[in-house]
Design a protein around this ligand. Structure first.
Ligand code: PXG
Length: 288
């Protein structure tokens, strides 16, 4: 496997970063997870825009412009003969000294890994996922904008561990007001009385690319979609619920906090979103 590392494509075993890289020392950096479907990178421009915004928000100057970054992503996929997979694009503050200050750090380290993807088993798309809310909260939006996809995922990791410890594959994360923020790496949607709802970004949700794609599908299907603060009660009493993310795509959720959602089967509308999303990913990509 070839890894893109600061302009070179190097063998996996030789793809090393320094122990003084501030991405490792402090989680000081940003990243993206991107999908490749049938030789086309899905929503590449949207991912690169989000990466640029994340970098800008943390005052990190990306060493490559949009076009160069796009080429680096495509080159990495080609170098690995990949036509379907997952691309992890990471930019760290770079190598520096001990101490928080980024003064003396740099240049930023750019890492691109293109690999196969570990998806949820197909069985879960057919029967639905069961999720549980956990004690670890999403970081307050006034502390760190949730739109910044930074390398700091510790609270999401703790949430995942908490869910797994009690036998669930995915955790529902709340914000400090007790409203729904998102799952550990996926956005949340519910369908209630013909309207699709998802938490607003200031509730602590990432501006998910899949979330955006699902909102576009809702428009195409003529289903009203609202960004609205949601509580656990709204999920317990919804007719349908699903999660969205680059890795998971659109996955039905049939149980929240031991309460059955709808009739306990993936909803009909959810199935429409899954089908439409799976169609779109094969049409909307950038050829590598
Ligand atoms: N919320 C969070 C906190 C995320 O990190 C999403 C929602 C979904 O966004 P997209 O743009 O993918 O629709 C994400 C992104 C992984 C992994 O290894 C996935 C994400 C983040 C971190 C790791 O599967 N998803």
């Amino acid at each position: 496997m070839k890894i893109y590392l600061n302009g070179d494509l190097v063998e996996k075993e030789k793809a090393m970063v320094s122990v003084f890289d501030h991405g490792l020392l402090y989680g000081d950096g940003v990243f993206e997870g991107i999908r490749l479907y049938d030789g086309c990178v899905f929503k590449l421009d949207e991912h690169l825009e989000r990466l640029e915004y994340s970098a800008k928000a943390i005052l990190l100057d990306l060493p490559l412009d949009r076009q160069q970054m796009a080429e680096a992503v495509c080159d990495t996929c080609r170098a690995n003969n990949l036509s379907n997979g997952y691309v992890r694009l990471v930019v760290t503050r770079g190598v520096g000294h001990l101490g928080l200050t980024p003064d003396g750090c740099g240049p930023p380290s750019v890492i691109i890994i293109a690999d196969d993807i570990q998806l949820y088993p197909e069985e879960l798309y057919e029967n639905g996922l069961k999720i549980i809310s956990v004690p670890t909260r999403r970081i307050n939006a006034s502390a760190l904008p949730p739109a910044v996809k930074s390398l700091n995922y510790l609270n999401n990791i703790l949430a995942k561990i908490e869910a797994k410890k009690v036998g669930f594959q995915e955790a529902l994360m709340l914000n400090d007001k007790g409203e729904i923020a998102e799952c550990t790496g996926d956005n949340v949607f519910v369908l209630s009385k013909g309207v699709l709802y998802t938490p607003p970004l200031d509730a602590g949700s990432l501006r998910g690319i899949t979330r955006g794609a699902v909102m576009d599908i809702a428009q195409d299907l003529g289903i009203p979609c609202r960004e609205q603060a949601l509580t656990r009660y709204d999920l317990w009493t919804a007719e349908e619920c699903f999660l969205t993310g680059t890795a998971a795509e659109v996955i039905p959720c049939v149980e929240v906090d031991h309460r059955t959602v709808g009739n306990g089967q993936p909803g009909q509308m959810t199935q429409k979103f899954i089908d439409k999303f799976r169609q779109n990913v094969r049409q909307d990509g950038v050829k590598i």
